[in-house]
Design a binder for this molecule. Sequence first.
Ligand code: HEC
Length: 203
Amino acid sequence: MNYGPLLFLGVFLTLASSWVGLVLVPQIQFGRLEPVKIEETGEIYPMARSGLAEQGRELYRAYGCVYCHSQQVRAEDFGADIQRGWGKRRSVARDYLRDKPVLLGTMRTGPDLTNIGMRQPSVSWHLLHLYDPQMTSAGSIMPPYAFLFDRQKQGLQKSPDALPLSGKFSPDPGYEIIPSPEARALVAYLLSLKSSASLPEVK
Ligand code: HEC
């Protein structure tokens, strides 16, 4: 007996069913998702990021932050993310509409950053933390990103941008530490991470 046609049909059905499951069904579910207007605030969600924050996103990718930080809050039944204060609601597909590529992350060596812009809105906190995490979070295992800061000779007056460093963190006398444009971009990106707006699909 010639099994050729049967074999062909088997292979065809296998490929077709995976195409339906992996391409067609997700396209039907999410393909037409669009930003929405939030009723309470009148804002469009998700908002496009500023150019500076977009640059920061590229740096976030380049410096490997995604290896230690996720950006996805699990639903209450699937983990303690909401109890930990990582988000006010679970993440949904719409949250990522402006992200190409999406930086979901898989590791949680550090806390989830989906909502860090609301949890920690202070620029100066983020700058100090990036310069040396020990300053804001003693015992942290996050590596310092001191190379994002410039050490410069102090002029007659201290620069208004200089980090307020004291004790063992202070630079040599007569010098000051200034955030580079990259550090500022990275912080602008972190502050843009806010996803607590209530959406039609999740309140
Ligand atoms: C080796 C793993 C690791 C890497 C890489 C890493 N982090 Fe972290 N991060 C941590 C850990 C652990 C903490 C928790 C302790 C702390 O606050 O420092 C943390 C905390 C944070 C926090 C504060 C979160 C909160 O809820 O208070 C921010 C913001 C942050 N990291 C941003 C970054 C950025 C931006 C990068 C890349 C430039 C980065 N991290 C790279 C491990 C990491």
